[in-house]
Design a protein around this ligand. Structure first.
Ligand SMILES: [Zn+2]
Ligand SMILES: [Zn+2]
Length: 556
């Protein structure tokens, strides 16, 4: 057995929650784990999505053997369509995960070209230098896998997103025995997710949500409106069950809810009795106490069904006094404000709103293991080396403290950044190199074409607007032929700023006239630069604003 070089790195998912992508490289093989996306914050104006930068993989195209997907959440599959356009490698995922990937590929018209291979926890993959085994884990979406990579140097384990749930919905038990067996055989390095590494205790079981859901349904006197992630199919099942027990029909609102529930029914991940579903148009045909609405928008997305119900813009469906609104999902950090606005609106409409976690009526439990869950995984795997993944720096940091508390050596842990590489040689790990990693922005149909310069312009335009200066100049004499024209957008209200614009006009004329232009070459550029500087300064002293100044010269 030769001890070849083995490398492990992340192209996304470290120091962030989102766009997960990890890679294991061993001689002739690179196996990629997950390819997620992340949604931009408000500073990234106009950006629709962020996906990982895969420059390194493109450069090593021939070695990339597979994309193995742990589960179907956006932060693990949202970048796959873009990835496959660059690197059309086989994609391995479980039945439900593949269903969600297919929805994405269909949107991008890639379904015909992709090589999608269904696996389950018993599958075994063999590449040239890496072999792969799987184990089932609990999370907030069905059919999740952890992965064991068998390499000439030892076993590398990637947990995927997980918690331990001993009473899962729909009998989706984790492979605890198998996890223990992998650990017993020896694990060289563990990559484990860190989302809840700051939260003490064990994650509660999903089944308590079912109990709370049923109670709330029994108490409800009007419609029940539940919002959750479409992908949280176990919770969707609980809404179906509670509706059945209280004789309600169920309407699904929101495209992704309809699509994902379709996939789940078709592939056998959810059981819905015949005649349970009604269409949105039928809601008003039934008495309110006979209706459940299950909708998208639990993160406060302004265009999703829940937000539109809350501000009265969902055509044909109104929220009435005595309706019950249940938010059965925790807000992802950053979305709290939008979610609160919906809660406010729903209360204002007279609805009863059940939201928030931790209370005895809680309608949400996390799918990510708390500290004790994470310690269990570390204890079962007993790795020599440990790399916390999937989280902000503080989460990675806390995860290391947990690892230390259960006996992993401090010097055998690596808190990495995206692109940092851990190399293993003769069973010894060290972090010395870096591969390119970063954000690729998606805006409309453009992928990677919007960079820092465009974003800086967008920021300036959004903050102080623009001032366009149009000069008509004679080509031969290099003189202004008529007074300059000014066009402004988002800068000042023109009617109230006549004096200011008149002065700007005068300043433009004098700036141009003062320049020695005849007989020189790059004069147009020089005029533009001088105008930007002079007008920029003047406007700033008068208004304390810095609009984008765009001089346009028309030669006649
Ligand atoms: Zn997940
Ligand atoms: Zn995740």
């Amino acid at each position: 057995m030769s001890l070849s070089l083995l490398s492990i790195f992340a192209l996304g998912g470290l120091n962030e929650v989102g766009k997960n992508m990890y890679a294991i490289e061993c001689e002739q093989d690179i196996v990629v784990i997950d390819c997620g996306n992340k949604f931009p914050d408000e500073s990234l104006l106009g950006i629709d999505l962020i996906i990982p930068d895969i420059t390194y993989l493109e450069k090593n195209k021939d070695k990339v053997k597979a994309l193995v997907v742990t589960h179907g959440h956006e932060d693990h599959i949202g970048g796959i369509a873009y990835f496959l356009k660059k690197l059309n490698v086989p994609v391995y995922a479980t039945r439900f995960t593949l269903g969600l990937i297919e929805l994405k590929l269909e949107e991008h018209k890639l379904l015909g070209d992709a090589e999608l291979i269904e696996i389950d926890s018993n599958s075994h993959l063999a590449f040239e230098d890496i072999q792969v085994d799987f184990f089932k884990v609990n999370h907030s979406i069905p059919d999740c896998l952890g992965i064991a990579f068998r390499t000439p140097q030892g076993t590398i384990v990637h947990t995927g997103d997980f918690k331990f749930d001993l009473t899962p919905v729909h009998h989706q038990y984790a492979d605890i025995h198998k996890i223990a067996r992998i650990g017993e055989e020896g694990v060289l390095l563990l990559l484990s997710e860190s989302t809840n590494a700051e939260r003490p205790g064990f994650t509660p079981s999903e089944h308590i949500v079912g109990e709370h859901m049923e109670e709330a349904f029994k108490k409800a006197t009007g419609k029940v409106i539940v919002s959750t992630f479409a992908s949280n199919i176990n919770r969707v099942q609980q809404v179906v069950d509670a509706s059945m027990k209280t004789n309600r029909k169920l309407a699904l609102l929101g495209r992704s809810m309809v699509n994902v529930v379709d996939v789940a029914i078709e592939r056998g991940y959810i059981q819905v009795p015949e005649g349970m579903f009604i269409r949105a148009e039928q809601i008003n045909d039934l008495p309110p106490e006979k209706v459940t609405i299950l909708c998208t928008g639990s993160q406060g997305e302004p265009l999703a069904a829940l937000a539109r119900l809350s501000n009265g813009t969902y055509r044909g469906v109104d929220v009435y006094r005595d309706d019950t609104v249940i938010l059965a999902a925790g807000p992802i950090p950053g979305n709290e404000k939008n979610v609160s606005r919906i809660v406010d609106n729903m209360f204002a409409l007279g609805a009863k709103v059940i939201y928030g976690t931790g209370s005895s009526t809680s309608m949400h439990v996390s799918g990510h293991g708390y500290q004790e869950d994470l310690k269990w995984m570390l204890t079962l795997m007993k790795p020599k080396y440990f790399i916390p993944i999937h989280g902000e720096y503080r989460m990675l940091h806390h995860h290391c403290l947990l690892a230390e508390s259960v006996g992993v050596e401090r010097e055998n842990m690596f808190i990495l950044k995206n692109g940092d590489v851990v190399d293993l040689e003769h069973g010894e790990a060290r972090h010395t190199r870096h591969v390119p990693a970063g954000n690729t922005y998606v805006d409309g149909i453009g992928v990677g074409d919007v960079g820092e310069i465009i974003l800086r312009d967008r920021k300036q335009l959004s903050e102080d607007g623009m001032l366009v200066i149009i000069l008509t100049m004679s080509k031969t004499e290099k003189k202004l032929i008529s007074p300059p024209d000014l066009v402004t957008r988002g800068f000042v209200f023109v009617k109230d700023s006549e004096a200011l614009l008149r002065n700007v006009n005068k300043l433009i004329t004098s700036t141009v006239n003062d320049m020695e232009l005849v007989g020189r070459r790059s004069e147009w550029n020089e005029i533009k630069q001088n105008l930007k500087r002079a007008i920029g300064q003047y406007v700033y002293t008068q208004t304390r604003r810095k609009p984008m100044i765009l001089p346009i010269i028309i030669e006649v």
